[in-house]
Design a protein around this ligand. Structure first.
Ligand code: COA
Ligand code: AMP
Length: 630
């Protein structure tokens, strides 16, 4: 069967399609019904089933004869460490950790925050929670204390599992002080923290609150897998919205299992036993779905890579890992290849490694620019497939169904909708637009299994953010078009979310930080084009009356504030003082126009602009930062 038939088959009988896909999962109680309509455009999948994620990702492979197969390869060029963990070892380690958590009171439904770097223990912590039916929320290590505190207050975890440190090239990230700071800041306090002490740094434990990862597992009874309802939240993953308050995306257990398992063959074209590698971080959705759960659920070998595309030690690292571990499918963000290309434009490193085992490369997380795709294809001789998805969905909305039938690649397009997603381009009034016309990208409800049923603690926000603008549709927040052949093109975000090195960030969140500076009266943050990271944030601040300190002093403080409050991952380094911000007559800041000026793009003077002369001031402020032709 080709893609068309599969897609049309799904469309004709969506529930039948997913019931069949569900047969690949081990159920404690098999679903009798696929879709549950909860009214008001809210849906759930497989809500009547009972299942355990950890069983499906680990134990069942041991039962089915894969016990000796490597489940996780840890490859850390930063710490010069390599280690392999078999499925049986993983089962034992996770069962012990879960047993220790249970002995400390963690039960089904309790939240556990995980704040860990790219080490196998991060996956073990996630799986141990899944084993007990506890709901984990992994927080990316590049976020600062304040961001962690916000997530602690929202998720109200009973426990936090953290490592003593993370390793960035040339810098140890001291997790423990960040963790202690966050707990101090937060109103909610966890009952206890589990600290994994890394060799590179031994953290000071707080007596009565902190326990040592190894110590607290001593002598405990290993825990068995606890079956949970199909709609039980597997995890919460916070992602950026338009304000500083992140959205807690809820991942439902059963749909997650069924959908991720389906993607491993149909999209990534790997069979059980083969090695799949996603070079991302467990703190992001790509890490959740394709470092941790997807490959393990399907019985693949996954790689936990603690390194960067360049500098650890060189631009040949990706190729080295692919050769050494016989990677069949490789997934990363376009920015990673832009970094490699910048260091090794002629692809000299590529030639040093044997990539014959590799079948294809997949890109997601941000727009894949045609140059990067073409360069990667030319250097590696492998097909490069762009695919489009979001934290909210957890897997591909539009992609190339390589395991079903590889479709011709059109540069600039992530290809076609996957089964589960009826993608429509809508005009402002919500009517579907014809092929070739640009509009809001929306998905006809219900969404596919595994996608978010709601936001944690924020059902109203869920409805307002995703379901209200176009009744009967999910609003993706992306704008784009579908061409005559049914290929989708993603052009821009329709909100204040920007994408920096494949990381989703909120300019609104950064503005909230800048506004808190005592000398700042007003501010705006925009995302400008960057050759390496895709986009970079630039801040503009207007000072309060009477402030006469040097502008550089204030902008340096602003940069530090964003780094301290949001974290280094915000990559906020460009900031300028301006007298005024360009606004409409009704007072709305013209951010989109500012972006065009920064990027040197053509723009139409907004008819509603209050004072066009301000745009020249913005241009003058951008030039010293290297933008607007500077
Ligand atoms: N813990 C702590 N700090 C982190 C971190 C982590 N897990 N990840 C990144 N940071 C820090 C970096 O050290 C950097 O700090 P600095 O300002 O002191 O240099 C800052 O956050 C910005 O990081 P990043 O945007 O990643 O830039 P970089 O210059 O370190 O690396 C790339 C650039 C392109 C090599 C890198 O962004 C990359 O590998 N991207 C791949 C993207 C990816 O995996 N996306 C996930 C979706 S698929
Ligand atoms: P995240 O939730 O962090 O995965 O970010 C999702 C957003 O990243 C999407 O809404 C898009 O704006 C952008 N994005 C992800 N993948 C792609 C892609 N392949 N092409 C263009 N934009 C993408």
């Amino acid at each position: 069967m080709g893609y068309r038939e599969v897609y049309e088959g799904w469309k004709a009988d969506p529930e039948g399609f997913w019931m069949e896909a569900a047969q690949a999962i081990d159920w404690d109680e098999a679903p009798k019904q696929a879709l549950f309509d909860r009214g008001d455009h809210m849906y759930e999948w497989f809500a009547d089933a009972k299942v355990n994620t950890c069983w499906n990702a680990v134990d069942r492979h041991v039962e089915n004869g894969r016990g000796e197969q490597t489940a996780i390869i840890y490859d850390s060029p930063i710490t010069h460490t390599k280690r392999e963990i078999s499925y049986v070892e993983l089962r034992n380690r996770v069962a012990n950790l879960a047993g220790a958590l249970r002995a400390k009171g963690i039960e089904k439904g309790d939240r556990v925050i995980i704040y860990m770097p790219m080490i196998p223990e991060a996956l073990e912590a996630m799986l141990a929670c899944a084993r007990l039916g506890a709901i984990h929320s992994v927080v990316f290590g590049g976020f600062a204390s304040n961001e962690l505190a916000v997530r602690i207050n929202d998720a109200k975890p009973k426990a936090i599992i953290a490592a003593s440190c993370g390793m960035e090239p040339g810098r140890v990230v001291h997790y423990k002080p960040l963790l202690d700071g966050a707990i101090e800041m937060a109103d909610h306090k966890p009952d206890f923290c589990v600290i994994f002490q890394r060799e590179q740094e031994v953290a000071q434990l707080i007596e009565g609150r902190d326990v040592n990862w190894h110590g607290f597992q001593y002598g405990v009874e290993p825990a068995e897998c606890v079956p949970v309802e199909g709609n039980h939240p597997a995890y919460i993953l916070y992602t950026s919205g338009t304000t500083g308050a992140p959205k807690g995306v809820v991942r439902p257990t059963a749909g997650h299992l069924v959908a991720l398992n389906w993607t491993m063959k149909n999209i990534y074209n790997v069979d059980p036993g083969e090695v799949f590698w996603a070079a991302s971080d467990v703190g992001w959705v790509v890490g959740h779905s394709y470092i941790a759960y997807g490959p393990l659920i399907a019985g693949n070998t996954t790689i936990v890579f603690e390194g960067k595309p360049v500098g650890t030690p060189d631009a040949g690292t990706f190729w080295r890992v692919i050769e050494e571990h016989d990677v069949k499918s490789f997934f990363t963000a376009p920015t990673a290849f832009r970094a490699v290309k910048r260091e090794d434009p002629k692809g000299e490193f590529v030639g040093e490694y044997d990539l014959s085992g590799l079948r294809a490369i997949y890109l997601a997380g941000e727009r894949a620019d045609p140059d990067t795709i073409e360069w990667t294809q030319k250097m590696t001789g492998k097909p490069v497939y762009d695919h489009w998805w979001q934290t909210e969905t957890g897997y591909t909305i539009a992609g190339n169904p390589v395991g079903i039938e590889p479709l011709p690649v059109k540069l600039g397009s992530p290809t076609v909708p996957m089964p589960g997603y009826d993608i429509q381009i809508l005009g402002e009034d919500g009517t579907p637009l014809p092929a070739g016309e640009l509009g809001a990208i929306a998905i006809k409800l219900p969404l596919a299994p595994g996608t978010l049923p709601t936001l944690w603690n924020a059902e109203d926000r869920f409805v307002k953010s995703y379901l209200s603008t176009f009744p009967g549709y999910y609003e993706t927040g992306d704008a784009g078009l579908i061409d005559e052949d049914g290929y989708l093109y993603i052009m821009a975000r329709t909100d204040d979310v920007i994408n920096v090195a494949g990381h989703r960030l909120s300019t609104g969140g950064m503005e909230e930080v800048l506004a808190a500076h005592p000398d700042v009266a007003e501010c705006a943050v925009i995302g400008v084009t960057d050759q390496l990271k895709g986009q970079l944030p630039v801040g503009f601040v207007c000072l309060s009356k009477g402030v006469d300190r040097p502008a550089e002093e204030i902008t340096a403080e602003c940069v530090k504030m964003v780094r301290d409050r949001i974290g280094p991952v915000a990559a906020f380094k460009l900031c300028a003082v301006v007298d005024r911000l360009p606004k409409t007559r009704s007072g709305k800041i013209l951010r989109a126009t500012m972006v065009k000026i920064a990027d040197g793009a053509d723009f139409k003077m907004p008819a509603t602009i209050d004072d066009p002369a301000i745009l020249d001031e913005i241009k003058d402020a951008l030039r010293p930062l290297g933008y607007a032709g500077g």
